[in-house]
Design a binder for this molecule. Structure first.
Ligand code: GLU
Length: 548
Protein backbone atom coordinates (compact mmCIF):
# COMPACT_ATOMS: atom_id res chain seq x y z
CA UNK A 1 0.00 0.00 0.00
CA UNK A 2 1.25 3.45 -0.89
CA UNK A 3 0.61 5.24 2.41
CA UNK A 4 1.77 8.56 1.08
CA UNK A 5 -0.87 8.35 -1.66
CA UNK A 6 -3.49 7.35 0.91
CA UNK A 7 -2.57 10.37 3.02
CA UNK A 8 -3.02 12.65 0.00
CA UNK A 9 -6.30 11.00 -0.85
CA UNK A 10 -7.72 11.49 2.67
CA UNK A 11 -6.28 14.91 3.41
CA UNK A 12 -5.83 16.68 0.08
CA UNK A 13 -6.18 20.13 1.63
CA UNK A 14 -3.60 19.71 4.36
CA UNK A 15 -0.44 21.49 3.29
CA UNK A 16 0.96 22.46 6.66
CA UNK A 17 3.64 20.16 8.08
CA UNK A 18 4.59 18.92 11.53
CA UNK A 19 7.95 20.64 11.09
CA UNK A 20 6.28 24.00 10.50
CA UNK A 21 4.11 23.48 13.57
CA UNK A 22 7.15 22.61 15.65
CA UNK A 23 8.60 25.92 14.63
CA UNK A 24 5.44 27.85 15.27
CA UNK A 25 5.17 26.42 18.79
CA UNK A 26 8.80 26.14 19.92
CA UNK A 27 9.87 24.65 23.25
CA UNK A 28 9.24 27.13 26.02
CA UNK A 29 12.11 29.09 27.39
CA UNK A 30 11.75 28.16 31.04
CA UNK A 31 14.19 27.30 33.83
CA UNK A 32 15.14 23.68 34.43
CA UNK A 33 12.42 21.85 36.35
CA UNK A 34 9.65 24.32 35.51
CA UNK A 35 6.32 22.51 35.24
CA UNK A 36 4.04 23.38 32.35
CA UNK A 37 0.59 22.03 32.98
CA UNK A 38 -2.97 22.71 32.14
CA UNK A 39 -6.56 22.30 33.02
CA UNK A 40 -8.41 20.83 30.10
CA UNK A 41 -12.07 20.71 31.02
CA UNK A 42 -14.95 19.87 28.76
CA UNK A 43 -17.57 22.62 28.94
CA UNK A 44 -20.46 20.57 30.26
CA UNK A 45 -21.73 23.37 32.50
CA UNK A 46 -21.18 21.56 35.79
CA UNK A 47 -18.17 22.75 37.77
CA UNK A 48 -17.43 20.47 40.67
CA UNK A 49 -15.11 20.13 43.60
CA UNK A 50 -12.94 17.78 41.55
CA UNK A 51 -12.28 20.61 39.08
CA UNK A 52 -11.11 22.79 41.95
CA UNK A 53 -8.91 20.02 43.34
CA UNK A 54 -7.35 19.46 39.95
CA UNK A 55 -6.98 23.21 39.52
CA UNK A 56 -5.22 23.59 42.85
CA UNK A 57 -2.85 20.71 42.18
CA UNK A 58 -1.95 21.97 38.71
CA UNK A 59 -1.68 25.57 39.83
CA UNK A 60 0.63 24.73 42.70
CA UNK A 61 2.82 22.47 40.55
CA UNK A 62 3.16 25.10 37.85
CA UNK A 63 3.65 28.17 39.97
CA UNK A 64 5.84 26.65 42.66
CA UNK A 65 8.25 25.56 39.95
CA UNK A 66 8.27 28.84 38.04
CA UNK A 67 6.32 27.21 35.22
CA UNK A 68 3.09 27.85 33.39
CA UNK A 69 -0.54 26.94 33.94
CA UNK A 70 -2.90 27.27 31.01
CA UNK A 71 -6.54 26.59 30.32
CA UNK A 72 -7.52 24.54 27.32
CA UNK A 73 -11.15 24.04 26.48
CA UNK A 74 -11.86 20.51 25.31
CA UNK A 75 -14.97 21.18 23.32
CA UNK A 76 -14.75 18.37 20.80
CA UNK A 77 -17.95 16.81 22.02
CA UNK A 78 -20.49 19.37 20.81
CA UNK A 79 -23.38 17.17 22.03
CA UNK A 80 -22.33 17.59 25.68
CA UNK A 81 -21.62 21.28 25.45
CA UNK A 82 -23.76 23.74 27.39
CA UNK A 83 -23.76 27.37 26.24
CA UNK A 84 -21.93 29.67 28.64
CA UNK A 85 -20.20 26.75 30.36
CA UNK A 86 -16.70 28.01 29.56
CA UNK A 87 -17.47 31.34 31.16
CA UNK A 88 -18.91 29.65 34.25
CA UNK A 89 -15.82 27.51 34.58
CA UNK A 90 -13.38 30.39 34.17
CA UNK A 91 -15.29 32.52 36.67
CA UNK A 92 -15.54 29.74 39.24
CA UNK A 93 -11.84 28.98 39.14
CA UNK A 94 -10.96 32.64 39.31
CA UNK A 95 -13.18 32.93 42.37
CA UNK A 96 -10.96 30.33 44.03
CA UNK A 97 -7.74 32.08 43.05
CA UNK A 98 -6.75 29.66 40.31
CA UNK A 99 -5.00 32.00 37.91
CA UNK A 100 -4.08 30.91 34.44
CA UNK A 101 -1.01 32.31 32.75
CA UNK A 102 -2.45 31.67 29.34
CA UNK A 103 -5.28 29.95 27.54
CA UNK A 104 -8.96 30.51 27.01
CA UNK A 105 -10.38 33.59 28.72
CA UNK A 106 -13.81 35.17 28.68
CA UNK A 107 -12.60 37.66 26.10
CA UNK A 108 -10.93 35.16 23.80
CA UNK A 109 -7.59 33.40 23.92
CA UNK A 110 -4.44 34.70 25.48
CA UNK A 111 -0.96 33.26 24.88
CA UNK A 112 1.42 32.06 22.18
CA UNK A 113 0.44 28.40 22.07
CA UNK A 114 -3.19 28.73 20.98
CA UNK A 115 -5.82 28.50 19.86
CA UNK A 116 -6.76 27.01 23.22
CA UNK A 117 -10.17 25.71 22.18
CA UNK A 118 -9.96 22.35 20.50
CA UNK A 119 -12.66 22.98 17.96
CA UNK A 120 -10.54 25.79 16.56
CA UNK A 121 -7.58 23.44 16.17
CA UNK A 122 -9.02 21.07 13.57
CA UNK A 123 -6.38 22.06 10.99
CA UNK A 124 -3.58 21.25 13.40
CA UNK A 125 -4.93 17.78 14.20
CA UNK A 126 -5.27 17.06 10.50
CA UNK A 127 -1.57 17.74 9.93
CA UNK A 128 -0.69 14.96 12.36
CA UNK A 129 -3.47 12.72 11.12
CA UNK A 130 -2.03 13.00 7.64
CA UNK A 131 1.44 12.28 8.94
CA UNK A 132 0.25 9.11 10.73
CA UNK A 133 -1.53 7.90 7.59
CA UNK A 134 1.53 8.60 5.45
CA UNK A 135 3.58 6.41 7.80
CA UNK A 136 1.04 3.59 7.80
CA UNK A 137 0.11 4.27 11.44
CA UNK A 138 -3.50 5.25 10.84
CA UNK A 139 -6.19 4.29 8.36
CA UNK A 140 -9.78 5.09 7.44
CA UNK A 141 -12.56 2.83 8.66
CA UNK A 142 -15.94 2.84 6.94
CA UNK A 143 -17.80 0.59 9.36
CA UNK A 144 -21.37 1.67 9.96
CA UNK A 145 -22.94 1.91 13.43
CA UNK A 146 -24.88 -1.28 12.64
CA UNK A 147 -21.73 -3.18 11.71
CA UNK A 148 -19.99 -2.07 14.90
CA UNK A 149 -23.01 -3.05 16.99
CA UNK A 150 -23.17 -6.45 15.32
CA UNK A 151 -19.47 -6.89 16.00
CA UNK A 152 -19.89 -6.07 19.67
CA UNK A 153 -22.83 -8.43 20.02
CA UNK A 154 -20.83 -11.21 18.47
CA UNK A 155 -17.92 -10.53 20.82
CA UNK A 156 -20.23 -10.49 23.81
CA UNK A 157 -21.86 -13.76 22.72
CA UNK A 158 -18.41 -15.34 22.35
CA UNK A 159 -17.38 -13.91 25.74
CA UNK A 160 -14.54 -12.06 24.04
CA UNK A 161 -13.21 -8.61 24.85
CA UNK A 162 -15.22 -6.06 22.93
CA UNK A 163 -13.57 -3.54 20.64
CA UNK A 164 -11.98 -2.96 17.29
CA UNK A 165 -8.82 -5.09 17.39
CA UNK A 166 -7.06 -8.03 15.76
CA UNK A 167 -9.41 -9.89 13.41
CA UNK A 168 -12.17 -7.41 14.25
CA UNK A 169 -10.17 -4.51 12.87
CA UNK A 170 -11.81 -5.13 9.50
CA UNK A 171 -10.62 -2.01 7.69
CA UNK A 172 -7.03 -2.28 8.80
CA UNK A 173 -5.64 -3.74 5.62
CA UNK A 174 -8.08 -2.83 2.89
CA UNK A 175 -6.82 -1.96 -0.55
CA UNK A 176 -6.60 1.51 -2.00
CA UNK A 177 -9.37 0.56 -4.46
CA UNK A 178 -11.81 -0.34 -1.71
CA UNK A 179 -11.06 2.90 0.09
CA UNK A 180 -11.49 4.90 -3.12
CA UNK A 181 -14.81 3.22 -3.78
CA UNK A 182 -16.16 4.10 -0.37
CA UNK A 183 -14.96 7.68 -0.65
CA UNK A 184 -16.47 8.00 -4.12
CA UNK A 185 -19.79 6.74 -2.74
CA UNK A 186 -19.57 9.53 -0.14
CA UNK A 187 -19.62 7.09 2.77
CA UNK A 188 -18.57 8.54 6.13
CA UNK A 189 -15.34 7.32 7.70
CA UNK A 190 -13.39 7.66 10.89
CA UNK A 191 -9.62 7.60 11.17
CA UNK A 192 -8.30 4.74 13.29
CA UNK A 193 -4.94 4.17 14.90
CA UNK A 194 -3.14 1.05 13.71
CA UNK A 195 -2.12 -0.53 16.99
CA UNK A 196 1.00 -2.64 17.04
CA UNK A 197 0.54 -3.53 20.71
CA UNK A 198 -0.24 -6.91 22.15
CA UNK A 199 -2.10 -7.75 25.34
CA UNK A 200 0.57 -10.39 25.91
CA UNK A 201 3.09 -7.63 26.59
CA UNK A 202 3.42 -5.56 29.71
CA UNK A 203 5.70 -2.72 30.65
CA UNK A 204 6.50 -0.56 33.66
CA UNK A 205 5.30 2.99 33.99
CA UNK A 206 5.84 5.59 36.68
CA UNK A 207 2.92 7.83 37.58
CA UNK A 208 3.63 10.73 39.93
CA UNK A 209 0.68 9.83 42.15
CA UNK A 210 -0.01 6.16 41.49
CA UNK A 211 3.65 5.19 41.62
CA UNK A 212 5.05 2.27 39.64
CA UNK A 213 2.41 0.70 37.42
CA UNK A 214 2.53 -2.41 35.29
CA UNK A 215 0.75 -1.63 32.09
CA UNK A 216 -0.59 -4.01 29.49
CA UNK A 217 -0.11 -2.84 25.92
CA UNK A 218 -3.09 -1.62 23.96
CA UNK A 219 -4.17 -3.67 20.96
CA UNK A 220 -7.30 -1.72 20.01
CA UNK A 221 -7.38 0.43 16.87
CA UNK A 222 -8.99 3.39 18.61
CA UNK A 223 -10.61 6.24 16.71
CA UNK A 224 -8.42 9.32 16.21
CA UNK A 225 -10.75 11.44 14.11
CA UNK A 226 -14.51 11.15 14.14
CA UNK A 227 -16.47 11.23 10.88
CA UNK A 228 -16.84 15.01 11.11
CA UNK A 229 -13.04 15.35 11.22
CA UNK A 230 -13.09 16.32 14.90
CA UNK A 231 -10.56 14.41 17.01
CA UNK A 232 -11.27 12.19 19.98
CA UNK A 233 -9.90 13.26 23.35
CA UNK A 234 -7.03 10.78 23.00
CA UNK A 235 -5.66 12.19 19.78
CA UNK A 236 -6.39 15.82 20.63
CA UNK A 237 -4.65 15.71 24.00
CA UNK A 238 -1.54 14.11 22.52
CA UNK A 239 -1.23 16.76 19.82
CA UNK A 240 -2.17 19.63 22.12
CA UNK A 241 -0.03 18.68 25.06
CA UNK A 242 2.91 18.22 22.75
CA UNK A 243 2.49 21.50 20.88
CA UNK A 244 1.60 23.44 24.01
CA UNK A 245 4.75 22.01 25.55
CA UNK A 246 3.02 20.48 28.54
CA UNK A 247 5.47 18.76 30.86
CA UNK A 248 2.92 17.29 33.29
CA UNK A 249 -0.58 16.02 32.57
CA UNK A 250 -2.64 16.31 35.75
CA UNK A 251 -5.97 14.57 35.30
CA UNK A 252 -8.51 12.25 36.90
CA UNK A 253 -7.60 8.59 37.18
CA UNK A 254 -10.55 7.58 35.03
CA UNK A 255 -8.04 8.07 32.20
CA UNK A 256 -5.70 5.36 33.46
CA UNK A 257 -7.48 2.72 31.41
CA UNK A 258 -6.66 4.51 28.16
CA UNK A 259 -3.14 5.48 29.23
CA UNK A 260 -1.59 2.51 27.36
CA UNK A 261 -3.10 3.87 24.16
CA UNK A 262 -1.93 7.41 24.96
CA UNK A 263 1.64 6.24 25.51
CA UNK A 264 1.51 4.38 22.20
CA UNK A 265 0.13 7.44 20.46
CA UNK A 266 2.87 9.76 21.73
CA UNK A 267 5.43 7.24 20.48
CA UNK A 268 3.80 6.91 17.08
CA UNK A 269 3.68 10.68 16.72
CA UNK A 270 7.34 10.99 17.74
CA UNK A 271 6.44 13.12 20.75
CA UNK A 272 8.18 13.07 24.11
CA UNK A 273 5.82 11.62 26.70
CA UNK A 274 4.84 14.11 29.40
CA UNK A 275 4.82 13.04 33.05
CA UNK A 276 1.42 11.89 34.22
CA UNK A 277 -0.24 12.79 37.51
CA UNK A 278 -3.40 10.71 37.81
CA UNK A 279 -5.45 11.92 40.73
CA UNK A 280 -7.91 9.70 42.57
CA UNK A 281 -11.56 10.67 43.02
CA UNK A 282 -13.06 12.54 45.93
CA UNK A 283 -14.78 10.14 48.27
CA UNK A 284 -17.13 10.47 51.19
CA UNK A 285 -18.25 8.19 53.98
CA UNK A 286 -21.70 6.78 53.39
CA UNK A 287 -22.59 4.84 56.51
CA UNK A 288 -19.55 2.70 57.13
CA UNK A 289 -18.24 2.59 53.61
CA UNK A 290 -16.50 5.00 51.32
CA UNK A 291 -17.88 5.96 47.97
CA UNK A 292 -17.15 8.49 45.25
CA UNK A 293 -18.93 11.82 45.55
CA UNK A 294 -21.75 11.67 43.07
CA UNK A 295 -23.32 14.43 41.04
CA UNK A 296 -26.74 12.93 41.51
CA UNK A 297 -26.62 12.23 45.24
CA UNK A 298 -24.32 14.89 46.69
CA UNK A 299 -25.18 18.57 46.28
CA UNK A 300 -21.84 19.34 47.96
CA UNK A 301 -20.05 18.16 44.83
CA UNK A 302 -21.04 21.30 42.91
CA UNK A 303 -18.87 24.37 43.41
CA UNK A 304 -21.95 26.59 43.26
CA UNK A 305 -23.05 24.92 46.50
CA UNK A 306 -20.08 26.35 48.42
CA UNK A 307 -20.61 29.78 47.01
CA UNK A 308 -24.28 29.83 47.95
CA UNK A 309 -23.56 28.44 51.42
CA UNK A 310 -21.07 31.25 51.87
CA UNK A 311 -17.85 29.33 52.30
CA UNK A 312 -14.89 31.64 52.14
CA UNK A 313 -12.63 30.84 49.20
CA UNK A 314 -9.58 30.86 51.43
CA UNK A 315 -11.26 28.39 53.79
CA UNK A 316 -12.03 26.08 50.88
CA UNK A 317 -8.45 26.18 49.69
CA UNK A 318 -7.18 25.66 53.21
CA UNK A 319 -9.45 22.66 53.70
CA UNK A 320 -8.64 21.09 50.34
CA UNK A 321 -4.95 21.44 51.07
CA UNK A 322 -5.40 19.47 54.30
CA UNK A 323 -7.03 16.76 52.21
CA UNK A 324 -4.37 16.78 49.49
CA UNK A 325 -1.19 16.86 51.57
CA UNK A 326 -1.29 15.15 54.95
CA UNK A 327 1.63 17.24 56.26
CA UNK A 328 -0.25 20.48 55.63
CA UNK A 329 -1.90 20.65 59.05
CA UNK A 330 1.43 20.35 60.87
CA UNK A 331 2.85 23.01 58.61
CA UNK A 332 -0.09 25.26 59.37
CA UNK A 333 0.36 24.80 63.11
CA UNK A 334 3.99 25.83 62.76
CA UNK A 335 3.15 28.71 60.41
CA UNK A 336 -0.26 29.98 61.50
CA UNK A 337 -0.03 33.26 59.62
CA UNK A 338 1.87 32.17 56.53
CA UNK A 339 0.38 32.55 53.06
CA UNK A 340 -0.96 29.16 51.97
CA UNK A 341 1.03 29.49 48.76
CA UNK A 342 4.29 29.22 50.68
CA UNK A 343 3.40 25.66 51.73
CA UNK A 344 5.70 23.18 49.94
CA UNK A 345 2.93 21.30 48.16
CA UNK A 346 3.94 17.99 46.61
CA UNK A 347 1.87 15.88 44.21
CA UNK A 348 3.76 12.85 45.55
CA UNK A 349 1.86 13.18 48.82
CA UNK A 350 -1.55 12.80 47.19
CA UNK A 351 -3.39 9.69 48.26
CA UNK A 352 -3.31 7.39 45.19
CA UNK A 353 -6.67 5.91 46.12
CA UNK A 354 -8.37 9.31 46.26
CA UNK A 355 -9.12 11.76 49.03
CA UNK A 356 -11.80 11.61 51.66
CA UNK A 357 -14.04 14.64 51.75
CA UNK A 358 -15.29 15.35 55.27
CA UNK A 359 -17.88 18.09 55.67
CA UNK A 360 -17.47 18.36 59.44
CA UNK A 361 -13.77 18.91 58.97
CA UNK A 362 -14.43 21.55 56.33
CA UNK A 363 -16.60 23.42 58.85
CA UNK A 364 -13.88 23.13 61.45
CA UNK A 365 -11.16 24.43 59.13
CA UNK A 366 -13.47 27.20 57.95
CA UNK A 367 -14.08 28.42 61.49
CA UNK A 368 -10.35 28.55 62.09
CA UNK A 369 -9.64 30.38 58.88
CA UNK A 370 -12.34 32.99 59.46
CA UNK A 371 -11.27 33.45 63.09
CA UNK A 372 -7.79 34.40 61.89
CA UNK A 373 -9.00 36.97 59.36
CA UNK A 374 -9.03 40.67 60.12
CA UNK A 375 -12.41 42.31 60.74
CA UNK A 376 -11.77 44.35 57.61
CA UNK A 377 -11.33 41.22 55.52
CA UNK A 378 -14.36 39.50 57.04
CA UNK A 379 -16.43 42.60 56.35
CA UNK A 380 -15.35 42.72 52.71
CA UNK A 381 -16.02 39.03 52.05
CA UNK A 382 -19.24 38.92 54.03
CA UNK A 383 -20.76 41.93 52.30
CA UNK A 384 -19.62 40.58 48.91
CA UNK A 385 -21.47 37.36 49.62
CA UNK A 386 -24.52 39.00 51.18
CA UNK A 387 -24.96 41.36 48.23
CA UNK A 388 -25.69 38.28 46.15
CA UNK A 389 -27.42 36.00 48.62
CA UNK A 390 -28.87 38.15 51.44
CA UNK A 391 -29.33 41.63 49.97
CA UNK A 392 -31.31 42.94 52.93
CA UNK A 393 -28.47 41.99 55.28
CA UNK A 394 -25.90 43.51 52.89
CA UNK A 395 -27.83 46.75 53.00
CA UNK A 396 -27.61 46.87 56.79
CA UNK A 397 -23.91 46.04 56.83
CA UNK A 398 -23.14 48.66 54.22
CA UNK A 399 -25.28 51.38 55.80
CA UNK A 400 -22.69 51.77 58.57
CA UNK A 401 -19.45 49.96 57.72
CA UNK A 402 -17.59 51.02 60.85
CA UNK A 403 -20.38 49.70 63.08
CA UNK A 404 -20.38 46.38 61.19
CA UNK A 405 -16.61 46.14 61.38
CA UNK A 406 -16.64 46.89 65.11
CA UNK A 407 -19.13 44.04 65.59
CA UNK A 408 -16.99 41.72 63.49
CA UNK A 409 -13.92 42.74 65.50
CA UNK A 410 -15.34 41.28 68.73
CA UNK A 411 -13.14 38.44 69.94
CA UNK A 412 -10.71 38.79 67.04
CA UNK A 413 -6.92 39.15 67.32
CA UNK A 414 -5.63 37.50 70.51
CA UNK A 415 -4.39 33.94 70.87
CA UNK A 416 -7.80 32.37 71.18
CA UNK A 417 -10.05 34.15 68.71
CA UNK A 418 -13.78 33.39 68.74
CA UNK A 419 -14.90 30.82 66.18
CA UNK A 420 -18.53 31.70 65.56
CA UNK A 421 -18.57 31.71 61.80
CA UNK A 422 -17.96 28.75 59.52
CA UNK A 423 -19.70 30.36 56.56
CA UNK A 424 -21.01 33.80 55.66
CA UNK A 425 -24.45 32.30 55.94
CA UNK A 426 -23.87 31.95 59.70
CA UNK A 427 -23.27 35.68 60.11
CA UNK A 428 -26.83 36.99 60.17
CA UNK A 429 -27.80 34.57 62.89
CA UNK A 430 -24.66 35.39 64.86
CA UNK A 431 -24.77 39.19 64.68
CA UNK A 432 -28.23 40.04 63.36
CA UNK A 433 -29.40 41.24 66.81
CA UNK A 434 -27.13 44.24 66.44
CA UNK A 435 -29.69 45.51 63.94
CA UNK A 436 -33.09 46.32 65.40
CA UNK A 437 -34.94 44.82 62.42
CA UNK A 438 -33.45 41.39 63.13
CA UNK A 439 -33.81 41.48 66.88
CA UNK A 440 -35.93 38.62 68.21
CA UNK A 441 -38.22 38.82 71.21
CA UNK A 442 -36.59 37.29 74.28
CA UNK A 443 -37.98 33.98 75.48
CA UNK A 444 -37.07 33.60 79.13
CA UNK A 445 -36.76 30.24 80.83
CA UNK A 446 -40.17 29.51 82.40
CA UNK A 447 -38.55 28.03 85.50
CA UNK A 448 -37.78 31.58 86.67
CA UNK A 449 -40.42 33.82 88.05
CA UNK A 450 -41.19 36.68 85.66
CA UNK A 451 -41.15 39.12 88.57
CA UNK A 452 -37.59 38.05 89.44
CA UNK A 453 -36.42 38.59 85.88
CA UNK A 454 -38.13 41.96 85.75
CA UNK A 455 -36.50 42.87 89.03
CA UNK A 456 -33.06 42.09 87.58
CA UNK A 457 -33.71 44.18 84.49
CA UNK A 458 -34.96 47.14 86.50
CA UNK A 459 -32.02 47.04 88.88
CA UNK A 460 -29.66 46.86 85.93
CA UNK A 461 -31.27 49.92 84.33
CA UNK A 462 -30.89 51.83 87.56
CA UNK A 463 -27.19 51.13 87.84
CA UNK A 464 -26.28 51.09 84.12
CA UNK A 465 -23.54 53.55 83.22
CA UNK A 466 -21.90 53.50 79.80
CA UNK A 467 -18.74 54.93 81.34
CA UNK A 468 -18.13 51.77 83.41
CA UNK A 469 -15.29 49.56 82.35
CA UNK A 470 -15.94 45.83 82.04
CA UNK A 471 -14.82 45.07 85.60
CA UNK A 472 -17.08 47.68 87.18
CA UNK A 473 -19.91 46.59 84.87
CA UNK A 474 -19.58 42.97 85.97
CA UNK A 475 -19.32 43.92 89.64
CA UNK A 476 -22.69 45.58 89.26
CA UNK A 477 -24.13 42.42 87.71
CA UNK A 478 -22.76 40.47 90.66
CA UNK A 479 -24.22 42.96 93.13
CA UNK A 480 -27.66 42.51 91.53
CA UNK A 481 -27.20 38.75 91.75
CA UNK A 482 -26.59 38.88 95.47
CA UNK A 483 -29.36 41.42 96.03
CA UNK A 484 -32.02 39.11 94.57
CA UNK A 485 -30.75 36.12 96.55
CA UNK A 486 -28.99 34.34 93.67
CA UNK A 487 -25.38 33.31 94.13
CA UNK A 488 -22.14 34.45 92.53
CA UNK A 489 -20.31 31.44 93.94
CA UNK A 490 -20.50 28.96 91.09
CA UNK A 491 -18.51 26.34 92.98
CA UNK A 492 -20.89 26.35 95.92
CA UNK A 493 -23.82 26.25 93.50
CA UNK A 494 -22.43 23.19 91.71
CA UNK A 495 -22.04 21.36 95.00
CA UNK A 496 -25.58 22.10 96.13
CA UNK A 497 -27.79 23.51 93.36
CA UNK A 498 -30.91 23.14 95.48
CA UNK A 499 -29.63 25.70 97.94
CA UNK A 500 -29.92 28.63 95.50
CA UNK A 501 -32.74 29.93 93.30
CA UNK A 502 -30.17 30.81 90.61
CA UNK A 503 -26.72 32.13 89.85
CA UNK A 504 -24.86 35.02 88.29
CA UNK A 505 -24.92 33.05 85.05
CA UNK A 506 -28.73 33.12 85.09
CA UNK A 507 -28.73 36.82 85.80
CA UNK A 508 -26.39 37.38 82.86
CA UNK A 509 -28.67 35.31 80.67
CA UNK A 510 -31.67 37.48 81.60
CA UNK A 511 -29.71 40.54 80.55
CA UNK A 512 -28.37 38.86 77.43
CA UNK A 513 -31.83 37.76 76.35
CA UNK A 514 -33.23 41.22 76.97
CA UNK A 515 -30.52 42.92 74.95
CA UNK A 516 -29.79 40.38 72.18
CA UNK A 517 -32.89 38.16 72.09
CA UNK A 518 -30.52 35.17 72.36
CA UNK A 519 -29.00 32.99 75.03
CA UNK A 520 -25.68 33.04 73.19
CA UNK A 521 -23.85 36.12 72.09
CA UNK A 522 -20.42 37.64 72.07
CA UNK A 523 -19.29 39.36 75.27
CA UNK A 524 -22.32 41.22 76.64
CA UNK A 525 -20.39 44.21 77.97
CA UNK A 526 -18.93 44.82 74.50
CA UNK A 527 -22.33 44.29 72.91
CA UNK A 528 -23.82 47.00 75.11
CA UNK A 529 -20.92 49.35 74.37
CA UNK A 530 -21.53 48.91 70.65
CA UNK A 531 -25.29 49.27 70.87
CA UNK A 532 -24.91 52.39 72.96
CA UNK A 533 -26.93 53.59 75.93
CA UNK A 534 -30.18 54.41 74.18
CA UNK A 535 -30.61 51.20 72.27
CA UNK A 536 -29.50 49.06 75.20
CA UNK A 537 -31.97 50.65 77.60
CA UNK A 538 -34.74 50.69 74.98
CA UNK A 539 -34.30 46.96 74.49
CA UNK A 540 -34.38 46.29 78.21
CA UNK A 541 -37.54 48.35 78.52
CA UNK A 542 -39.10 46.39 75.67
CA UNK A 543 -38.16 43.14 77.40
CA UNK A 544 -39.76 44.38 80.60
CA UNK A 545 -42.98 44.87 78.71
CA UNK A 546 -43.00 41.23 77.63
CA UNK A 547 -42.71 40.31 81.31
CA UNK A 548 -45.52 42.53 82.51
N1 GLU B 1 -11.41 16.95 28.85
C1 GLU B 1 -10.92 15.95 29.75
C2 GLU B 1 -11.89 15.85 30.92
O1 GLU B 1 -12.64 16.78 31.14
C3 GLU B 1 -9.57 16.35 30.23
C4 GLU B 1 -8.68 15.32 30.77
C5 GLU B 1 -7.27 15.91 30.82
O2 GLU B 1 -7.04 16.77 31.68
O3 GLU B 1 -6.45 15.54 30.00
O4 GLU B 1 -11.90 14.87 31.61
Amino acid sequence: MDYQALAELLFPDVTDTPEALEERFPPRNLPEGAVVTRMAPSPTGFVHLGNLVQGMISERMAHRSGGVLFLRVEDTDAKREVPGAVEVLIESLKHYNIHFDEGATIDGDFGNYGPYRQRQRADIYHVYAKKLVSEGKAYPCFCTEEELTAMREKQEANKETTGYYGPYAVWRDRSMEEIREQLAAGNPWVLRFRSTGSIEHQFKFDDLVKGKLTITENNVDHVLLKSDGIPTYHFAHAVDDHLMRTTHVVRGDEWLSTLPFHIQLFQALGFKLPKYVHIGPLMKMDGNSKRKLSKRKDPELALTYYKAEGFSTSAMREYLMTVLNSNFEDWRRANPDADIDTFPFSPKKLNPAGSLFDYAKLIDVSKNVISRMSAEDVYAQLTGWAEEFQPDFAEKLEADPSYAKAILAIGRGGRKPRKDLATWKDARDYMGFFYDEYLEQPVFDAKFDKAVIADVLKRFLESFDMADDSVVWFNKVKAITEAIGFTTDMKAYKQDPEAYPGTVADVSTFLRLAVTGKTNSPDLYTVMQLLGKDRTTARIHAALETLA
